[in-house]
Design a protein around this ligand. Structure first.
Ligand code: HEM
Length: 413
């Protein structure tokens, strides 16, 4: 499957070019890169800069566990790239240092607080609210003349759950939802919309912070405000606002993708769908397998070398960037038996769908709960659910998530 990366020019390097729109939209190119491991090789990032690309399970594990590989882009490049995309300066400042682009002690400080606030107890406590949201959205789906599983279910569910988690009051939710959609385009933001959305969200978050400081409730903002009182780990209000927005970004498209891709995968594997419906207790393991198989997040942010580091037989030099393709690592036959198979009962499943190491997903347990409730409720309510169009038409491309998922709900349609 391709020559060793060290044996001369790599024939695949030019094919992995995220700066080429054709690569991003070409289903065949995407499929090649997502469907399994290759030797570490060179590629191009969206901005045209060179990257190393790791796709094999062990290579990806090594990259994500390697402390000398940093998440913060070197120098001022992160700021500059946002500025060059037209994002206003004050907003760049807000996004310049978020969990995902922090390292070391600073990262640990913020991460500890968020970990505490996203406790298993809080996630479990959200379950009844998630179930209520799912039921309400399913009522709406049934009333739609052209029901779409993304627009009318997966997408709003993911956003409303983040609102429930943070404690965003009802009066702000509709607006919050519009802002969230704008924020989700952070990779290619339209500055005209992006700046007002971020400012609006920051304004509401500040109001919520003040309100919860005066009268705490059982929500994440209250908990983070309370954690501010702890002198040793202080988060200032700006950091708290930025954090709320990172949670929106991290927990919104990801969950939307999990629900949509998960539903599609189950519909395409009727035996697994039957297993899922007939075994309510299978939830956690089943959704983990859906994360492995569908890879709602195809790859992580880049990592930057601070010292020479060897990955899969190549030496990554200081300043060079590495991109890992989680989707491919999760299909590595050296780690997973019959990786192409969707097997909800898979016992050995150390998938990397939530990343690994210092930046391991903080919302993983919430995502599993959401995925389980959303999919169980969906198939309970509509046992005859099926795609209304050829799945090939709506399948995701390499970097483009599934945009629509028209469905038929009843058997007579
Ligand atoms: C980080 C995947 C849902 C919050 C990550 C990373 C991955 C990931 C791969 C690591 C990124 C990197 O190393 O560069 C997913 C998937 C999800 C999901 C597949 C759903 C199926 C959520 C949810 C939340 C969340 C629901 C919050 C409510 C975060 C945060 C980080 C993160 C805060 C940053 C952690 C850090 O940098 O220390 N996620 N995520 N995620 N995720 Fe998730």
């Amino acid at each position: 499957d391709g020559p060793a990366a060290t044996s001369g020019p790599d024939p695949f390097a030019s094919e992995f070019d995220l700066s080429d729109p054709a690569f991003i939209t070409d289903p065949a190119a995407g499929e090649r890169w997502l469907s399994g491991p290759r030797p570490v090789c060179r590629g191009k990032f969206a901005d045209g800069s060179d990257i190393w690309v790791a796709t094999g399970y062990q290579d990806v594990r090594k990259v994500l566990g390697e402390p000398t590989l940093r998440s913060r882009p070197p120098g001022d490049s992160h700021r500059q790239s946002m500025l060059s995309r037209g994002v206003p300066e004050d907003i760049v400042d807000m996004f310049d240092s978020t969990l995902l682009t922090m390292d070391g002690a600073d990262h640990m400080r913020v991460r500890r607080l968020v970990t505490r606030a996203l406790s298993a107890r809080r996630m479990q406590a959200l379950s009844p609210a998630i179930a209520r949201v799912a039921e309400r959205l399913l009522d709406g789906l049934a009333a739609e003349p052209e029901p779409d599983l993304i627009a009318h279910y997966a997408h709003p569910l993911a956003i409303i759950v983040i609102c429930e988690l943070l404690g965003v009051d009802e009066e702000y939710r509709e607006q919050w939802r519009e802002w969230s959609e704008t924020l989700a385009q952070a990779l290619r933001p339209d500055p005209e919309q992006f700046a007002p959305a971020v400012r609006g969200m920051a304004g509401v978050t500040r109001k919520l912070i003040d309100a919860r400081r005066a009268a705490p409730r059982d929500d994440l903002i209250s908990e983070l405000v309370e954690a501010q009182e702890d002198d040793s780990e202080r988060l200032n209000d700006d950091e708290l606002v930025a954090l709320a927005m990172v949670l929106v970004q991290a927990g919104h498209e990801t969950v939307r993708n999990l629900i949509a891709l998960g539903a599609l995968a189950l519909l395409q594997h009727p035996d697994q769908l039957r297993l899922f419906k007939e075994n309510p207790g299978i939830g956690d393991r089943a959704v983990a397998e859906l994360v492995r198989h569908t890879a709602p997040v195809k790859h992580t942010f880049r990592r930057f070398a601070t010292e020479p580091v060897e990955i899969g037989g190549v030496t990554v030099r200081p300043g060079e960037a590495v991109q890992v393709v989680l989707a491919a690592a999760n299909r590595d036959p050296a780690e997973f038996e019959h990786p192409e198979r969707l097997d909800l009962t898979r016992e050995h499943n150390p998938h990397l769908g939530f990343g690994r190491g210092a930046h391991y997903c903080l919302g993983g347990s919430l995502a599993l709960i959401e995925g389980e409730i959303a999919l169980t409720s969906l198939f309970d309510r509509f046992p005859d659910l099926r795609p209304a169009v050829d799945p090939a038409e709506i399948a995701p491309r390499y970097l483009l998530a599934m945009q629509r998922f028209p469905v038929l709900l009843s058997p007579e349609e």
